[in-house]
Write a protein that binds this ligand. Structure first.
Ligand code: BG6
Length: 482
């Protein structure tokens, strides 16, 4: 199986915040990977723009170090590195003043595809948009890419959307949620809509419930100040888990085209039911022998911010009436593993008598091992009568498709989509606002109740109450594997 690399048009990509953490960890190593894959035309350029007072050579050194540190084994000692670095430029820029803007205007070639990645604090989005406009660097064909967090509630998200729309049309704004760039997330759509098997069963008649787990082993150390103002609900649920839920639950779009897909996702978010306090559990990790507690990481001894959240919600429409969606995510959990599990109802009548745990489950593993399994009931081989067992039909992609099918990382794919001008995997402004509209009352609710998150052990799957949330419904969380 040979991966196909579709060439893109010649481009100038400006990365504001080009010396920052995200650029060094993800964006620049990702672009180098695309360069090696032959996807970056030799006259295209990546222009770093940030406050640091360095020149283009200084930036090239910084990118070289970033690739060495964060690039992973596949990017080390590559002969292509000098050629890649030669396509980089740098401009020292002041987002709030005029310094650097004329130089940037001189560099960006308007006749090419030009894109501007705002890898900076959202408080600077407005300044950047305004100055790009004032210095006549952008036009109606330019694209801007903005990172999460997109606001911290409905009001701030609306304000951000309004600011950006003063200078750019919706069709020029690419709001990144990197979960949409993950290979398996797109495979979820391929499996649902590309096979005859699943769609007829994809409804309340056959599906018992859906679980979405995004478990991480990292803590919040190093970014405690940001995180403590955010918490798992704002940092993960409002965006990443919400997007996964949308793709699982949406109606089939008429075509795989940006607005057709985003219209369907929006309908899901708008149909999401409020979550009652007893349907939600918030947690905060304790210290272990080796690692600090959440409150130490956040440097806030009285913090009430959650590093874990589990909740149950419903989607009020014909397809999903009565089907619970259980979501959970947290830091410092047992293992790093993300999974969406579609748990089907038991068969209407078992001719073999009671079958324990016999539900069919379609499990979509996002990471670390990308793949899809379908649990089916079969006869245990050998003598001894009809003993039934549940075994997974396993489509671990690395095994099924071979190492050459190695997928680009989420950021690489999404940046290439920006260059191609394809917004399908980016959030539209109304989607982000609708997501906040659902999230805001939950947050306001626990703030009004002065809810204190439940402590949980580092290396566990969250507070016991999160298990009780399932047990009360005679269900249980699946064991996710790292
Ligand atoms: C980010 C969150 O958006 O996603 C982080 O801000 C989180 O808190 C990260 O760790 C998880 O991304 P991934 O791709 O490692 O699952």
């Amino acid at each position: 199986m040979v991966s196909k690399v579709i060439p893109v048009d010649d481009f100038d990509l400006v990365i504001f915040g080009g010396t920052g953490d995200l650029a060094r960890r993800k964006i620049l190593p990702g672009l180098f990977r695309r360069f090696i894959a032959g996807q970056m035309p030799s006259t295209s350029r990546i222009i770093g723009a940030a406050r640091s007072d360095i020149d283009s050579d200084g930036f090239r050194d910084l990118v070289k170090d970033a690739i060495a540190e964060f690039g992973g084994p596949d990017l080390q000692d590559k002969d292509e590195l000098p050629a890649f670095l030669a396509q980089l430029e740098y401009v020292a820029i002041d987002a709030k003043g005029d310094a650097g803007w004329p130089e940037l205007a001189g560099l960006v070639r308007k006749q090419l595809v030009n894109a501007f990645y705002f890898s900076v604090a959202p408080s600077l989005f407005g300044d950047l948009a305004k100055r790009l406009h004032q210095h006549d660097i952008t036009d109606a064909t330019s694209r801007i890419v903005v990172e999460k967090p997109f606001g911290r509630d409905l009001e701030t998200a609306k304000a951000l959307n309004a600011t950006l729309s003063d200078f750019f049309d919706e069709g020029q704004i690419y709001r990144i949620d990197h979960y949409l760039g993950k290979e398996t997330v797109q495979n979820l759509m391929a499996v649902r809509f590309g096979n005859v098997l699943f769609e007829p069963l994809w409804n309340a008649k056959y599906i018992d419930h859906i679980q979405i787990t995004v478990a991480e082993t990292v803590g919040v150390g190093g970014r405690g100040t940001y995180y403590d103002r955010s918490g798992a609900m704002r940092d993960m649920v409002q965006n990443h888990l919400m997007q996964l839920l949308c793709l699982i639950a949406m109606e089939p779009p008429s075509q795989f085209e940006p607005d057709a897909v985003r219209d369907e996702k929006l309908k899901v978010i708008r149909a999401l039911q409020p979550v009652e306090p007893h349907q939600m559990v918030r947690g905060q990790y304790d210290a272990s022998d080796e690692t600090p507690s959440y409150r130490d990481d956040a440097e806030n001894p009285r913090s009430h911010t959650e590093s874990f959240v589990a909740l149950k919600t419903h989607i009020a429409n014909f397809r999903w009436a009565g089907v619970p969606f259980y979501l959970r995510t947290g830091k410092r959990m047992t293992t790093r593993a993300s999974e969406i599990a579609v748990v089907f109802k038991p068969i209407a009548h078992s001719i073999f008598g009671p079958v324990e745990d016999g539900n069919n489950v379609l499990a979509i593993q996002l990471q670390p091992n990308e793949g899809i399994t379908l649990d089916v009931t079969i006869k245990e081989p050998g003598p001894g009568g009809m003993r039934l067992v549940n075994v997974p039909l396993d489509m671990t992609f690395a095994e099924a498709l071979g190492p050459e099918a190695e997928a680009p990382e989420a950021y690489e794919r999404l940046i290439m989509d920006v260059i191609r001008g394809n917004q399908t995997l980016f959030m539209r402004g109304d989607e982000v606002e609708a997501a906040w509209e659902w999230t805001d009352p939950l947050i306001a609710g626990w703030e009004a109740r002065n809810d204190v998150p439940k402590p949980y052990d580092t290396g566990s799957m969250g507070p016991l109450d999160a298990h009780a949330l399932m047990h009360r419904d005679n269900r249980q969380w699946r064991e996710v594997k790292g």
